[in-house]
Design a protein around this ligand. Sequence first.
Ligand SMILES: Cc1cc2nc3c(=O)[nH]c(=O)nc-3n(C[C@H](O)[C@H](O)[C@H](O)COP(=O)(O)O)c2cc1C
Ligand SMILES: *[C@@H]1O[C@H](CO)[C@@H](O)[C@H](O)[C@H]1NC(C)=O
Length: 197
Amino acid sequence: MSASQGNRRKQIVVAITGATGATLGINLLIALRHLNVETHLIMSKWAESTIKYETDYHPSNVKALADHVYNINDMAAPISSGSFHTDGMIIVPCSMKTLAAISSGLCNDLISRAADVMLKERRKLVLVTRETPLSDIHLRNMLSVSRSGAIIFPPVPAFYIKPSSVEDLVNQSVGRMLDLFNLDTGTFERWSGWEKD
Ligand SMILES: Cc1cc2nc3c(=O)[nH]c(=O)nc-3n(C[C@H](O)[C@H](O)[C@H](O)COP(=O)(O)O)c2cc1C
Ligand SMILES: *[C@@H]1O[C@H](CO)[C@@H](O)[C@H](O)[C@H]1NC(C)=O
């Protein structure tokens, strides 16, 4: 291994899809920026809509948070190939449609193709799946991708942090996602036993 490879920045592929919770993806991009991780962003068409509807960001401002941005239809992008090395991928939030595409190996857009590459190369793939309630189809797809090596991470709030804002909950969720990549945001409270009065 050359010195440059040994010292290279961590590289993570971030995909944002059209499930509710666009703010989770945005907060994650900001956290990775603070951690000096190189980000490769893909956004679905419906992600652009939820970003506009749910947040104060325009999709172009979200794209500006990433180091590299790819069009969802660009199957020739570097991250479409296993030969392009990355440290993993996180889909946040991940719709049931994109989950289904990954579960079936469809690869019909760059998000499901890049995820398919992560699984075949045995790299880390985290799916922040968001839907409720869950049907048999959703549960079956989650089990199948989990058995193929993905981590299913629904953004379930941790009430033990006694959140005083949505931002507290988002930071805690994003912090726990990044724990999976051995990255510590330092922006949320960890459980350290019952608090003494
Ligand atoms: C405001 C809004 C919220 C949505 N929330 C969810 C959701 O939480 N989970 C989900 O699976 N789909 C949700 N959808 C539907 C997806 O956007 C839709 O299935 C879309 O085809 C997903 O495509 P994508 O994965 O390529 O973004 C939502 C749609 C809208 C407009
Ligand atoms: C949430 O995290 C961001 C950094 O990602 C930080 O700037 C902000 O202060 C945090 N918010 C809270 C409420 O801790």
